[in-house]
Design a protein around this ligand. Structure first.
Ligand code: ADP
Ligand code: MG
Length: 616
C-alpha cells in the first residue's frame, strides 16, 4: 500500500489558514463598512447641527432688523456669520422673499431669487435642509434655511439661509476611513499570523499522528505518540497508543499461535513420514489431501503428483484402494483390516486396509482416511510356516506309523524265523499261535484307525441318545475305575432330546476321552461328565469331560490332536485325532483346556441338526 502523508497535512494547514483568513477578512470588512457608515453619519449630523445652530442664532439676532427692514444690520450680521468655518454663503430674505442680505453678492439685494432651492427655502414654513452644488467648482453644500417668526404670531417675517460647505466634512470622513483601513489591515495581518500559528499548532500533532499511523501500518508497532495539547488530539493520541498496544498484543498472540501451528505441523509431518504404514486422506470431493512416504513407497507413485489430484484419476477407477475409500466416502462407515490384492507388472502385493471417515472439530464430515500395510512378506512367511507345519505333521505321522508297525512286525519276524526249527516244539507253537495273530491284529487295528481318520463318512445319521452312549462307556470301564479309585461325577441332563448322529462313532469318541481320563489319573480322582442343551436359533449340545488328573502343559495340549502324538510309553497317539475327526463329522468342535497337575477339561459342541442337513 502507498501511504501518502505530506500533501494531505499541508492541505489541512492551508485550508485552516485560508478559512480563518477569509473569516477575518469578512469580519474586518464588515466592521470597517459599519464603523465607516456610523462615523460618516455622525460627522454629517454634527455638521448639520452646527449649521442649524448658526442659522437659528442668526435668525434670533436678525428678527428686529427684519421687522424694520434694516438691510444694513442684516448685512452686517450675515458678514459676521460667513466668517465661520465652512460657511460659504449667508442669505437673508425679507417678508416679501426679496434678498435683504447676500454675502459677496450685494448686487442681488432687493431681488427675488428664482432658482429652485431659493424658491423652496423661502416657501418653507419649517426649517429645511437641501443639498446643493455651489459655485463654479460645484462644491457640495448644505443649504440650511430657517423661517423667522415673530413671537406670538404665526406670521413669517423672513428666511435665514446658510450655505454650509461639506468639503471639510468629506476630508474628515476620508481621514477616518483611512484610519479604519489602516487599523483593519493591521488586524487582518495579525489575524492571519495568528491563524497560521494556530493552524500549525493544530496540524503539527496531527502530522505526528499521521506519521506514526503510517509507521504502524507499515508494521512498526514500537511507536508511541506523546502529544500534550490537552484537547481531543491528545485524546486521539492516547487512544492510538492504546490501539497500538492492543495490536501489538494480538500480533504477539498470533505469532505464538503460528509458532505452535508450525511446530505441530512439523510434528505431524514427522509422524506421517516415520509411520511404517501407508496413509492417504481424501476430502469430500475425492481429492487427495495427504499421502505419506510409506504410501508413496507401497503404491510406487509420485507423491508430488498425487497430492491435490483426484484419487480416482491417480489410482484408476478399479483400484481396490480407491474402491474402499470411495465406499467409506459414500457410506460414512469405516472398514477394519480388509485384505486386498494389488497386481502390478506381474507382481502381487497384499495389503491390509482400514478406513474411517474424517470429521472436523464440529463433527462435520471432511473426508476419509485410509491406513494400509504391506503384508506380502508376512503372507509368504505364513505360507512357508504352513508348509513346514504340514511337513512336520507328516514327519510325526510317518515316525509314529513306522514305530507302531515295527514292533509287531519284528515280533512276527522272530517267530517266523524260528518256525522251521521249532515246528515240533508244542510250547513254541502255542506261543506262536497266540502272539503272531495278536501282533497282526495290532497292525490291522492301526491300519483301520488310520483309514478311519482319513475316510469320508459314509454311514447315514440316525436318532440317538447321547446320555445313554456316555453311560455305556462309563459302565464298560466301571470295574477299572473302581479299582483305581476314580469317582464318576454324573452331571448329565436327563431331559436331553435325541440328536441325529452316528452312534458307533460317537461311542468311540467318548471311549477315547474316558480312557485318556482314566490313564491320566493313576492315583485316583474324579471324572465329571456333563451334558446340556444350549437352546437358541442354532441349538447345540455341549458335553464336557473334566478330570482331576495329571493335566498337560501348553505345548502338549497344542499337539494332542495330531495323529501319533503321544506322551505315553505304550500309547499310539491316534485317539484324540480320531475323536476330533468324529466330532467334526458331526459339524461340531472340540476344545481342550488343561493345567499341569490339576486336570483337563474337554468341551464338545455338537449342533442339533436335522437329517436332511447332515446327509452328504
Ligand atoms: P494316546 O492315548 O495313545 O497317547 P491319544 O491321542 O489318546 O493318544 O492322546 C494323545 C495324548 O494326549 C496323550 O498321550 C496325552 O499326553 C494327552 N492326553 C489326552 N487326554 C488327556 C487327559 N485327559 N489328561 C492328560 N493328558 C491327556
Ligand atoms: Mg488315548
Amino acid at each position: 500500500m502507498d501511504f501518502k502523508k505530506s500533501s494531505r497535512s499541508i492541505r489541512l494547514r492551508t485550508r485552516l489558514i485560508l478559512y480563518s483568513t477569509l473569516v477575518i477578512l469578512l469580519v474586518m470588512a464588515l466592521t470597517i463598512v459599519l464603523v465607516e457608515k456610523r462615523q460618516s453619519e455622525t460627522i454629517q449630523e454634527e455638521a448639520q447641527k452646527r449649521g442649524v445652530t448658526m442659522a437659528r442664532h442668526l435668525a434670533a439676532v436678525s428678527t428686529n432688523a427684519l421687522l424694520t427692514y434694516n438691510y444694513v444690520v442684516l448685512k452686517q450680521s450675515a458678514e459676521r456669520v460667513v466668517l465661520e468655518e465652512d460657511v460659504l454663503y449667508v442669505i437673508i430674505h425679507d417678508k416679501e422673499d426679496k434678498v435683504a442680505a447676500y454675502t459677496q453678492h450685494d448686487e442681488k439685494q432687493g431681488m427675488i431669487l428664482a432658482d429652485d432651492v431659493s424658491q423652496k427655502a423661502t416657501r418653507a414654513e419649517d426649517p429645511l435642509i437641501q443639498p446643493v452644488l455651489y459655485g463654479e467648482k460645484d462644491v457640495r453644500v448644505l443649504d440650511i434655511s430657517i423661517p423667522v417668526y415673530i413671537k406670538e404670531s404665526q406670521e413669517k417675517w423672513g428666511t435665514i439661509r446658510i450655505g454650509l460647505s461639506l468639503e471639510g466634512m468629506s476630508s474628515q470622513i476620508l481621514k477616518t476611513r483611512l484610519n479604519l483601513l489602516l487599523l483593519g489591515g493591521l488586524a487582518i495581518v495579525l489575524g492571519i499570523l495568528g491563524s497560521i500559528f494556530f493552524a500549525r499548532r493544530i496540524t503539527r500533532p496531527i502530522s505526528r499522528l499521521v506519521e506514526t499511523t503510517i509507521a504502524a501500518a507499515k508494521g512498526d508497532l514500537e511507536q508511541i505518540i506523546d502529544i500534550q495539547t490537552g484537547d481531543e488530539i491528545e485524546e486521539l493520541g492516547e487512544n492510538f497508543n492504546h490501539m497500538i498496544e492492543q495490536i501489538r498484543l494480538h500480533r504477539k498472540e498470533l505469532e505464538d499461535h503460528l509458532r505452535q501451528i508450525t511446530s505441530l505441523k512439523a510434528y505431524n509431518d514427522h509422524i506421517l513420514s516415520s509411520m511404517t504404514n501407508g496413509l492417504i486422506t481424501i476430502n469430500m470431493d475425492g481429492k487427495i489431501v495427504t499421502l505419506n512416504e510409506m504410501a508413496e513407497r507401497i503404491l510406487k507413485k509420485d507423491r508430488e503428483k498425487m497430492e491435490g489430484s483426484f484419487l480416482e484419476k491417480s489410482l484408476g477407477e478399479s483400484h481396490p484402494l480407491f474402491l474402499l475409500l470411495n465406499g467409506t466416502l459414500s457410506s460414512g462407515k469405516g472398514i477394519f483390516h480388509s485384505e486386498i490384492e494389488l497386481k502390478e507388472n506381474g507382481e502381487v502385493l497384499y495389503l491390509t486396509v482400514s478406513t474411517s471417515p474424517l470429521t472436523d472439530g464440529e463433527g462435520k464430515k471432511i473426508g476419509v482416511l485410509a491406513v494400509f500395510e504391506d503384508i506380502t512378506g508376512l503372507k509368504a512367511l505364513e505360507e512357508k510356516l504352513r508348509q513346514a507345519d504340514r511337513l512336520a505333521a507328516l514327519g510325526t505321522l510317518s515316525a509314529g506309523l513306522a514305530h507302531e508297525v515295527k514292533n509287531p512286525l519284528s515280533a512276527i519276524k522272530t517267530f517266523v524265523q524260528l518256525l522251521p526249527k521249532k515246528l515240533e516244539n508244542p510250547s513254541f507253537m502255542e506261543k506262536f499261535n497266540i502272539t503272531v495273530p495278536r501282533e497282526i491284529d495290532r497292525i490291522n487295528h492301526l491300519v483301520e484307525d488310520l483309514l478311519e481318520l482319513t475316510r469320508r463318512r459314509v454311514r447315514p445319521f440316525a436318532a440317538l441318545d447321547v446320555n445313554a452312549l456316555i453311560l455305556q462307556v462309563v459302565d464298560l470301564h466301571g470295574e477299572e475305575m473302581k479299582k483305581k479309585q476314580i469317582f464318576f461325577d454324573d452331571h448329565l441332563d436327563k431331559t436331553l432330546p435325541q440328536i441325529q448322529g452316528d452312534a458307533e462313532m460317537l461311542y468311540r469318541a467318548f471311549s477315547n476321552l474316558v480312557i485318556n481320563a482314566i490313564q491320566a489319573m493313576p492315583n485316583g480322582g474324579s471324572l465329571r461328565i456333563s451334558s446340556v442343551l444350549r437352546d437358541s436359533e442354532y441349538p447345540e449340545l455341549r458335553i464336557t469331560f473334566s478330570d482331576t488328573g495329571m493335566g498337560m502343559d501348553a505345548e502338549t495340549a497344542k499337539n494332542i490332536f495330531n495323529p501319533f502324538f503321544t506322551t505315553k510309553d505304550k500309547g499310539v497317539g491316534l485317539g484324540m485325532a480320531l475323536t476330533r475327526k468324529i466330532i467334526e463329522d458331526h459339524q461340531g468342535t472340540i476344545e481342550v483346556t488343561s493345567e499341569k497337575e490339576k486336570g483337563t477339561i474337554f468341551i464338545l459342541r455338537i449342533p442339533v441338526i436335522k437329517i436332511s442337513n447332515c446327509q452328504q
